[in-house]
Ligand binder design. Sequence first.
Ligand SMILES: [Zn+2]
Length: 485
Amino acid sequence: MANNQYKADIGLEVHVELATRSKMFCSCAVVDPISAPPNTAVCPVCCGMPGVLPVINRNAVELAIKAGLALNCQIAETSIFARKNYFYPDLPKGYQISQYEYPLAYDGFMLIRTSQGEKRIRVRRAHLEEDTGKLTHMNENGETYSLVNLNRAGVPLLEIVSEPDMHTVEEVLAYSHELRLLLRWLGVSSGDMEKGSMRFEANLSMRPVDCEELGTRVEVKNLNSFRAMELAILYQMKMQEETLSRGGKVEQQTLGWSEANNKTVVQRSKEDANDYRYFPEPDLPPLVVDSPWLQAVKASMPEMPAAKRARYAGEMGLNGEDIERLVEEKENVRFFEDCLAAAPALNPKTIVNWMLTDLFAWLNINGKAIDTVDPKLFVQLVEAVDEGVINQSTGKEVLVEMLESGKTPSAIIEAKGLHQISDNSLITSLVSSVLQANPKEVQSYLAGKETLANWLFGQVMREAQGKANPQVVKTELQRQLDAMK
Ligand SMILES: [Zn+2]
């Protein structure tokens, strides 16, 4: 009953590491956070030494513009970098360069698809900033200390802030998945959550369903997986609802998600923006994105997932589930479209069926990526089955051999004599010899035991060593049986 009395308003702040080769304001390489030795990709700029000057990474700006365009944002002609001042051991400068009053992108939205239909989630802003270093907290023999690794300090980040337009966990997950898809699609970020390339924070408040005004919000940080996000939001919704139901007040605070305890834990009472004493970064000029630059980035945008989905459903009649499996990886789409180009006469559905079942199964088992497969060879195989040169089950065998050996399907079919028997006179005689050899079964069939038709079909296929065209065999078998009635 309580479920219907309160409604949640949820917004997400997502930090995304941009897929640049170098850092946001210096030429240090962006290195793998796990394998690179600590503090090896650092320089005086990202270490925060006095007297050094930051320089804006042009590629980071372009990736951020792409993300902004994909999120239907306005792109500011002039945006301003600002210093966000606070002290923490992972931030040697004592401030983080971010954007505050004048972000690069603002006033956008993203469409998400849920069981309740399509929904528009407004995106308030997307701004550029730099990442901090990373602390590792150690505990050895009761002694605690922290290690500082500055490899990550200065890595370009895009912070994407939504309005609190989401009301259910389903909507939050739909938004996050779609956002990750878009960013990966554009090559803006790897979206690798295990490596911290994409990090989520949720703000959440509850209010009585008949109340217009939003409730007091809490922020939940450290949501480093979709699962953690789902659990943390459900947990907070339950907590706040309980507090409100018994007439209590929700406190404004910042929480962390504790994976170990499956609960949120208080990190600190919420600081306000003025605690950070933002001011424009004096060492950087305003970031100007003029019209030619913006047009050039626009022109470089690929066809987006939403357009692909519409085209695959409309022109090709693919079903929703298959479309999602294609669209979830850009490499899948590329492969599929290469197949279409190589075999325009084939039905796209036939290509998709072979791709999503047998090909994907083989790739999974063998731990291979789809870009290791030649789409031209693959469609030759699909065509061979489609044209009846080999039957479906032989096709599966040829596919595996093709993938393992790299030989063309026609070479494999030729070498093994796998051509399907579609020769009608041959099939006619195969069927009649099977019927003559099995008079008892034929009699039972004629007496009404119809399932024996399948058994007889199996006998003919076995005689033909699996190479007969099953459709032709079926028709011929039925014709001969009917003639006996
Ligand atoms: Zn550096």
